[in-house]
Design a protein around this ligand. Structure first.
Ligand SMILES: [Zn+2]
Length: 79
């Protein structure tokens, strides 16, 4: 299983996606990184939801935790 966490600095949210998802588009951009933060944030890859949650708690606790409604719907009990 593969999860992507979209850290978005402009909206101060972290959005969790389960790969594949049509709204999950991790690619390196000038203002958004992959597994690293840039000016507007970045995409981080995790093997489990728990790891993603821990990252969120340790690095961006002030950001909203926002699981993607499309791809994580069936997982909501675990979020
Ligand atoms: Zn998604």
């Amino acid at each position: 299983m593969k999860y992507w966490l979209n850290i978005d600095k402009s909206s101060k949210t972290t959005k969790l996606h389960k790969d594949p998802c049509r709204f999950c588009k991790p690619h390196n951009q000038s203002n958004k990184g992959i597994n690293g933060l840039k000016r507007l944030g970045g995409w981080f890859r995790f093997k489990t939801i728990a790891e993603a949650k821990t990252y969120h708690k340790n690095h961006h606790p002030e950001y909203l935790w926002h699981p993607c409604r499309i791809c994580t719907k069936k997982l909501e009990a675990n979020l």
